[in-house]
Write a protein that binds this ligand. Structure first.
Ligand code: GCO
Ligand code: MN
Ligand code: MN
Length: 390
């Protein structure tokens, strides 16, 4: 029976072909699951109620060395599976990291021909994505980095990256693809050091691009946690600049390798504040689960992974609703947000008159420091909402 915890299309929950299609390979071990083809992955997602869409890297759909006839057949089967399962393609991206040609980067490679090949590969991936209906294009520069700074100039790398993106923005406009670009940061893995290590790096780059209006970010929980950061604050920075175009939801223990755990499974408290932020802000983009099931899982369990990702989001959404409706919590929020109309007006905008008035205002720091801040109580009530007894 549908209730507040039943995932709906309204949340735009999506999965990459590479997520539920992950075969359980890791740097130390062989695959533990048989590979599924793209149409089979779409069928699997179709069995997970509430899924809205599916995303892909060019080569998740069409292998890099497929013949034109093979490509045509794969696309046909994939489109049929999308129709049969009522799913859309909400985002597309380019694999600029798997092939050996990208071993030292794509847009930032030291080799001009490799940089040109990377741009060309993106142009083709954009066309493929557009054919499938995607309007969002993600850039994750997995190989854009170094192991040693002896090997590449980090300033030059930024310039090369910008040049590629400016070119591709123009290409999208000229082809009328209607794409928005979303940049995804990660501090390391698979490179020792990756450029544009955190979402803030891209937020700083975007205003320097030729088409900043087309460009935003695709922050991922695990990536900012790998950098030891508070993910919620990174997302808030993007939201505040109207640059949250897409989001990758998963989870990650701090200080570990890139774990890609099921959303909310490692840090439910952070996940709660994230969902609350997304819901309170009215974020309307896709919510992609960029994670994969444990290596031990079979495909039945992979479905549980996908369903669990959406269900956890819905549960946290319901918790956020409860938190917002909780009278005691709201009372505390009122108490800690001390309003002072005249002073707020004074500091809202500089003028010589306001500056003078402010300098002449008596503000008693000892009295101000005494205002109570019952944050222990507020956090405990939050935890009680989260732990399910409130
Ligand atoms: C990772 C990344 C990728 C990207 C994907 C889409 O750590 O492997 O998160 O999964 O999200 O390449 O850009
Ligand atoms: Mn990742
Ligand atoms: Mn990701």
């Amino acid at each position: 029976m549908a209730d507040a915890l039943t995932p709906t299309k309204q949340q735009k929950f999506t999965f990459g072909l590479w997520t539920v299609g992950n075969i359980g390979r890791d740097p130390f071990g062989e695959p533990t699951r048989q590979g599924l083809n793209p149409a089979q992955i779409v069928d699997l997602l179709g069995q997970c109620e509430g899924t809205y869409g599916v995303n892909f890297h060019d080569n998740d759909l069409i292998p890099i060395d497929a013949t034109p006839a093979q490509a045509a057949q794969i696309k046909k089967d994939f489109k049929k599976a999308l129709r049969d399962n009522g799913l859309v393609v909400s985002m597309a991206t380019t694999n600029l990291f798997s092939d050996p040609v990208f071993k030292d980067g794509a847009f930032t490679s030291n080799n001009a021909s490799i940089r040109a090949y990377a741009v060309q590969k993106c142009m083709r991936a954009m066309e493929l994505g557009a054919e499938m209906g995607a309007k969002m294009f993600v850039f994750w520069g997995g190989r854009e980095g170094v192991e040693s700074d002896a090997t590449k100039c980090p300033v030059e790398a930024i310039k090369r990256f910008r040049e590629a993106i400016d070119f591709l923005c123009e290409y999208s406009i000229s082809q009328k693809f209607g794409y928005k670009f979303a940049f995804e940061a990660k501090p390391n893995e698979p490179r020792g050091h990756i450029y544009f290590a955190v979402t803030g790096s891209y937020l700083a780059l975007i205003p320097t691009l030729a088409h900043p209006e087309m460009c935003g970010v695709n922050p991922e929980v695990a990536h900012e946690h790998m950098a030891g950061l508070n993910f919620v604050h990174q997302v808030a920075a993007a939201l505040e600049q109207k640059k949250l175009f897409h989001i990758d939801l998963n989870d990650q223990e701090f200080g570990r390798y890139d774990q890609d755990f099921r959303f909310g499974s490692a840090n439910p408290k952070h996940a709660f504040f994230l969902v609350k932020l997304l819901e309170d802000s009215g974020y309307s983009g896709a919510r992609q689960f960029d994670a994969h099931a444990y290596r031990q899982s079979d495909y039945e369990d992979v479905k549980e992974f996908a369903r669990g990702s959406m269900r956890t989001y819905m549960i946290l959404k319901e918790k956020a609703r409860r938190w917002n409706a909780d009278k005691e919590i709201q009372g505390l929020l009122k108490q800690i947000n001390v309003e002072e109309q005249l002073l707020s007006k004074l500091v809202r905008r500089f003028s010589p008159g306001n500056a003078k008035k402010l300098l002449n205002t008596e503000l008693d720091r000892k009295r101000l420091a005494q205002a109570p801040l019952p944050y222990e109580k507020l956090d405990q009530l939050t935890m009680e909402v989260l732990m399910g007894i409130r």
